[in-house]
Write a protein that binds this ligand. Sequence first.
Ligand SMILES: C[S@@+](CC[C@H](N)C(=O)[O-])C[C@H]1O[C@@H](n2cnc3c(N)ncnc32)[C@H](O)[C@@H]1O
Length: 216
Amino acid sequence: MGKDKLRKFTEIGSFSNVYQLEEGLANKGKWAEKHFGNEKPVVLELACGKGEYAVNMAKAFPDINFIGVDYKGNRIWRGAKTALEEQVDNVAFLRIQIEELLEYFAKGEVSEIWITFPDPQPQLSREKKRLTSDRFLEKYKVVLEEGGRMHLKTDNDGLYAYTVEKLTERGETIVASTDDLYHSALLNDTLRIKTYYEKKYLVVGKNINYLSWRFR
Ligand SMILES: C[S@@+](CC[C@H](N)C(=O)[O-])C[C@H]1O[C@@H](n2cnc3c(N)ncnc32)[C@H](O)[C@@H]1O
């Protein structure tokens, strides 16, 4: 690990808005109460990286609690540091593998989930690693409250097509979809929030896909 990565990794250990691995276990079923000290809804940003969605949505929606989830501590550092510096108290970060989601969130604890620019894992042999494969969808379905919304933003046309097909095959309800968000009537202030990776794709003229659904 490089010096800067190591420094950030060490520093997040002292951040009051970051939970690493087992530290987060005690909050299962009680994130709103135990971390945020309220009973407001909890929204997740999965594969949050630097947490642009979690932090910017927290600023825009003070009556919602946001939690960014990623396993890379040096990326989470950015969002957590910004939130501390700007006193955005309704956002926290959890450094875990998303595979472990059910260990950290209780059934129906989450009102909405955003997945922002996940690694597309294009090789068929890695399908299980895709964050919209069946094994992940089953976990989201458990932690989401009834009727809770899912959102996916991706530059990857293959992952977008795969997810549309998967949801259709499963009989889930697609609420909104576009393969060109920035030229779509769906665009709103929330969807205009840009992540670190998204900005890179936009600079080279890549179309951005957006998909939203509810589970049956
Ligand atoms: C391409 S980056 C996108 C980061 C950010 N959302 C953005 O758009 O800038 C994908 C992120 O997903 C995280 N990630 C991938 N698989 C994961 C998993 N199984 N559990 C937790 N994080 C994961 C990686 O650490 C990485 O930060």
